[in-house]
Design a protein around this ligand. Structure first.
Ligand code: HMG
Ligand code: MG
Length: 288
């Protein structure tokens, strides 16, 4: 049977945008529930500036508190060497660096140009290679940028190829504000695939306009077999105005099952985690 992996983003991409500070114990409880659902990779937190993203200030405590399940890799975002060293000290199993296909979003999210973001990645990657740490790479705003408008596919291909050349084991393509259409995602993938093979790519689609599942379908057609998703559709990016959450894990899992793909996930365990996740959301069942 054809297999597809869902990389669970809820605890990081999902929770980072919540205005109300979520208790560390609740973050740990969410990760522990997700650890029972059959994921092979869960993005737990970010080692970023707490001034930029206060919600992730307890990154080390969350990683220290979770019950690590066998066969699950626990990942963390790291924008620079300082974040990398903290993630390694907290025993993240892998890290992810993140940059942008547009200059406008790089500036808003990282206070850097694209080139400057790569200057920060170089020492991080050198240290990661020495440590044998796996590093994933994200390219944000792969079709539409909230600051610069439509993003040329060639710009995405250039940044994806740069991340691959730097040593990232996989490049995740982010439709950060969820404005991608099947046609624009397809054109973007066509350009990227000239430089990066499908086995090294993942789709990371936010569902702002409700087109994420269609965008996953065109990506499957193009040979992608890894998709990022967040349980209960939690989240968004605090530096991307108007961004909604990642496409909901439970919807992607059901959609893939219906199309005959095997994900290895337990729908009941995901449903329990989704129910809990909704209680953490300020506009959900939680009272904040
Ligand atoms: P900066 O202000 O340009 O840099 O931020 P700085 O070096 O002047 O640092 C500012 C302060 O942060 C300093 O503290 C540093 O020490 C501290 P101060 O001296 O003022 O007290 N600092 C750190 N603290 C903890 N951990 C660190 C760290 N580095 C510096 N690693 C910086 C530059 C990159 C740090 C900042 O812009 C930042 O943290 N940005 C992250 C923003 C972010 O997390 N965005 C959301 C995640 S990305 C996303 O959601 C997209 C994605 O899902 C894909 C998609 O959907 O497209 C991945
Ligand atoms: Mg995202």
């Amino acid at each position: 049977m054809n297999s597809v992996e869902i990389f669970e983003m809820g605890p990081r991409d999902g929770l980072q945008n919540e205005k109300r500070l979520i208790a560390t114990a609740d973050k740990i409880a969410l990760v522990d529930m997700l650890s029972q659902a059959g994921f092979r990779r869960i993005e737990v937190t970010s080692f970023v500036s707490p001034k930029w993203v206060p919600q992730m200030a307890d990154a080390a405590e969350v990683l220290a508190g979770i019950h690590r399940a066998q066969g699950v890799r626990y990942a963390a975002l790291t924008p620079n060497l300082r974040g990398y060293e903290a993630a390694r000290a907290a025993q993240a199993d892998e890290v992810a660096i993140f940059t942008s296909a547009s200059e406008g979003f790089a500036r808003a999210n990282l206070n850097a140009s694209i080139d400057e973001s790569f200057e920060r990645f170089a020492p991080l990657m050198a240290q990661a290679q020495q440590d044998g740490m796996r590093v994933r790479g994200y390219v944000s705003v792969v079709t539409d940028c909230p600051f610069d408008g439509p993003v040329p596919p060639a710009d995405v291909a250039r940044v994806a190829e740069r991340l691959l050349a730097l040593g990232c084991y996989e490049i995740s393509l982010g439709d950060t504000i969820g404005q991608g259409r099947p046609e624009s995602v397809d054109a973007m993938l066509a350009a990227v695939l000239d430089h990066v093979p499908a086995e090294r790519l993942a789709g990371h689609y936010h569902d702002t306009a409700g087109r994420a599942l269609q965008n996953i379908d065109v990506s499957l057609e193009r040979g992608l077999r890894v998709f990022d998703a967040a349980v209960a559709g939690l989240g968004g990016c605090p530096y991307a105005p108007g961004a909604a959450g990642n496409v909901a894990t439970e919807r992607v899992a059901a959609h893939l099952a219906q199309a005959g793909y095997h994900t290895g996930l337990d729908p009941a365990a995901i449903a329990r985690a989704a129910e809990f996740a909704r209680t953490l959301r300020s506009n959900g069942d939680g009272n904040a």
